[in-house]
Design a protein around this ligand. Structure first.
Ligand code: G3H
Ligand code: 13P
Ligand code: ZN
Ligand code: NA
Length: 306
């Protein structure tokens, strides 16, 4: 069924794993994720960015999510990713999302609290979960260096949670969005994560920018004409470690994009006489399924948790 994240996160916290939050924007992505979650008997979060919502249209997103549940009945959350203001959060809450993120991380501390609290008041009235963010990841733009991130201050995190009333908190410890996360060695500030986990015991934390950027996809895409240069992601071992601490939700978008693009490029290159979209969307959907299943089973640890 369509559920809120409360029980999902409570169990993930207690049993030291994380639930995957996968970005969706079309039918094939939803099907690939849901087939994987179903095979693994895993809870799952489908998350929708403002851009995805605009691309597909909110009614399509909700109907596709409903259809997915008819095929695979799992505990599934539909979540707004990086809501920029109260209005988009309200529209998603009114439209049936069970969780929203208000991302006030680029505002001042006080303004971030104020905008988050406004969303919390509206959402909680309707039984909807609110994720907020404190600290800044390096820009959503690709190629922005991770040095520009502002890591989350542990003491401020406590004050932020208390004063805003948010249900979960996205933190900045060195991850970034996109496929170019690290120039040299991958490095996350686990001491900081440990401190935040200690100061907020039992409280669910969220890790954005957590794609691993599997080199097999990068190489396959490049082989068939992509120019992905020095794409690099978060090593799986680091995600396992974060999941064993306070992190209960791990966000993955770029890996889905890479998997689909690699397989679509290969299919188009190898069968130039084909022009039926199903001929390349089917392997792309299958690549998403395989990749998500691997994450659930070998990285997130959420298999058999429903
Ligand atoms: O956090 C960003 C997500 O990867 C969504 O990206 O805004 O291009 O849909 P998008
Ligand atoms: P990636 O770009 O690492 O997949 O991060 C996605 C994300 O954080 C969506 O909110
Ligand atoms: Zn994000
Ligand atoms: Na955890």
């Amino acid at each position: 069924p369509l559920v809120g994240p409360k029980e999902m996160f409570a169990r993930a916290y207690a049993e030291s794993y994380a639930v995957g939050a996968f970005n969706i924007n079309n039918m094939e992505i939803i099907q690939g994720i849901m087939q994987a979650a179903s095979e693994e008997k895993s809870p799952v979060i489908l998350q929708v960015s403002a851009g995805a919502r605009k691309y597909a249209g909110q009614p399509y997103i909700m109907k596709l999510a409903e259809a997915a549940l008819q095929e695979n009945d799992l505990p599934m959350v539909v979540h707004l990713d990086h809501g920029a203001d109260f209005e988009i959060c309200k529209a998603c809450i009114d439209g049936g999302f069970t969780s929203v993120m208000i991302d006030g991380s680029h505002h001042s501390f006080e303004e971030n609290i104020a905008i988050t609290k406004k969303v919390v008041d509206y959402a909680h009235d309707k039984g909807v979960w609110v994720e907020a963010e404190l600290g800044q990841l390096a820009g959503v733009e690709e190629h922005v260096s991770a040095e520009k991130s502002v890591y989350t201050d542990p003491d401020q995190a406590v004050e932020f949670v208390q004063r805003s009333g948010c249900d979960s908190l996205a933190i900045a410890i060195g991850t970034s969005h996109g496929a170019y996360k690290f120039k040299g060695e991958a490095k996350l500030d686990f001491e900081r994560l440990e401190k935040i986990t200690e100061l907020l015991p039992g409280y669910p934390l969220v890790l954005h920018g957590a794609s691993s950027v599997p080199q097999e996809f990068v190489e396959m895409a490049n082989k068939y004409g992509a120019k992905l240069g020095s794409a690099k992601g978060v090593p799986e071992e680091m995600l396992r470690k974060a999941a064993s601490m306070g992190v209960c939700k791990i966000n993955i978008d770029s890996d889905i994009r890479l998997a689909m693009t690699a397989y679509i490029r290969r299919q188009l290159a190898e069968s130039p006489e084909e022009f039926d979209p199903r001929s390349y969307l089917k392997p792309a959907r299958e690549a998403v399924r395989t990749m998500v299943q691997h994450k659930i089973k070998n990285v997130l640890g959420s298999s058999n948790k429903i």
